[in-house]
Design a protein around this ligand. Structure first.
Ligand code: CAA
Length: 376
């Protein structure tokens, strides 16, 4: 067993760490005010970061999956907003076309997604179908060489900014999960209506919108896979997507641990640094141990995926543990900072606000436990 990164993976880590420090850190304040990081994504496209695991044949960097996870991990240490935009764009915005698309669909869409010219989004969740994704109500009816889609979606990450939406709708409502089909929908499709922007607790630079489909006409050639294969397409890509969100959570937790450790070394109370007070030292020890354990789970799942081994179980374990770690470590980081941690003068309150949603999106912690227990 080899627990070290390859030279190529280390180069990716260094490149993304430098990029995040020089390009993203100065943009964080704007994102906190709600600005979508378009200029950052453009630069990420130039560096090949918008299509890291995509084959060169389709315009990607053709690096291994672990390198992609390293990128999300590093970006999220500086901005969890940029981390989630990249994760959704790649794992569930691009990969469904790459793995389930026809050659024509791949040629048409993947190079633009991999270069960053296009941004991807994934539209599964509906107002009354969240964890129970198979109960979605959006309806797609074949009409000659088109499908007419009606319905609504909520909590769509990258919505309103994306060029391509992977949309799930029922072609046969009597068949439950086997009646769900997937479609590639372009942003200017008539009947695709971008609704309300959600005002969120965190991830302020990431757009999350409601979508409505009103007699949205999608060419039949944009059906992804076969009719009825949509649920499996969603689940298979979420298996992988969950490793990305776990890496995002890991990045947030690492940032909080690092900030808390530095602060504890410089803050003096009772005649010595608070890091030397056992109450704080033990807290930091527990935080560091959890972060290390999360890291091992995240990179173990990523390594399995890189080697083409099935990893749904390990992905769910990594997401469950890393996201819990992010919530716990960011909470404790505020405690280490005391009153200062509760102010916007330090970044730990942002880490805390950004961490919570990682336990919710791409399958709540309860859903991860369902997936894990089914495997057991
Ligand atoms: N890969 C491939 N196929 C799978 C699969 C997987 N991982 N999981 C299930 N399937 C297949 C099953 O094999 C089954 O098909 P067969 O009958 O032919 O075997 C079919 O799908 C139905 O499976 P289940 O009966 O297990 O499905 P279920 O209705 O009980 O639901 C669930 C399972 C795990 C709870 C699922 O509904 C789920 O994951 N829910 C959470 C939804 C979710 O994660 N949403 C995230 C939205 S995206 C997002 O959040 C992005 C963002 O903004 C950051």
């Amino acid at each position: 067993m080899n627990l070290t990164f390859t030279e190529e993976q280390e180069m990716m880590r260094k490149m993304v760490r430098d990029f995040a420090q020089t390009e993203i850190a100065p943009f964080v304040e704007k994102m906190e005010k709600g600005e979508f990081p378009r200029p950052i994504l453009r630069k990420m496209g130039e560096l090949g970061l918008m299509g890291i695991p995509v084959p060169e044949k389709y315009g990607g960097a053709e690096m291994d999956f672990t390198s992609y996870i390293i990128a999300i991990n590093e970006l999220s240490r500086v901005s969890a907003t940029v981390g989630v935009i990249l994760s959704v764009h790649t794992s569930v915005g691009t990969n469904p076309i790459l793995y389930f698309g026809t050659e024509e669909q791949k040629q048409k869409y993947v190079p633009k997604l991999a270069s960053g010219e296009f941004l991807g989004a994934f539209c599964l969740t509906e107002p009354s179908a969240g964890s129970d994704a198979a109960s979605l109500k959006s309806r797609a009816v074949r009409d000659g060489d088109h499908y007419i889609i009606n319905g609504s979606k909520v909590f769509i990450t990258n919505g309103g900014e994306a060029d391509i939406y992977i949309v799930f709708a029922k072609t046969n409502p009597d068949l439950g999960s086997k009646g769900v089909s997937a479609f590639i929908v372009e942003k200017n499709t008539p009947g695709l209506i971008i609704g309300k922007d959600e005002k969120k607790m965190g991830l302020h630079g990431s757009r999350t919108v409601q979508l409505t489909f009103e007699d949205m006409r999608v060419p039949a050639e944009n059906l992804l896979g076969q009719e009825g294969e949509g649920f499996k397409i969603a689940m298979a890509n979420l298996d992988v997507g969950r490793i990305g969100i776990a890496a995002q959570a890991l990045g947030i937790a690492e940032a909080a641990l690092s900030a808390a450790t530095e602060y504890a070394k410089s803050r003096h109370q009772f005649g010595k640094p608070i890091a030397a007070q056992q109450g704080i030292g033990f807290k930091l020890a527990d935080m560091a141990t959890s972060v290390e354990a999360a890291k091992l789970l995240v990179y173990r799942a990523a390594d399995l995926r890189s080697r083409g081994v099935k990893c749904g179980l390990e992905a769910s374990m990594a997401k469950l543990f890393a996201t819990r770690t992010a919530v716990e470590v960011t909470t404790e980081a505020i405690q280490v900072f005391g009153g200062y941690g509760y102010t916007e003068d330090y970044p730990v309150e942002r880490y805390f606000r950004d961490a919570k949603v990682t336990e919710i999106y791409e399958g709540t912690s309860e859903i991860q436990r369902i997936v894990i227990s089914k495997h057991l």
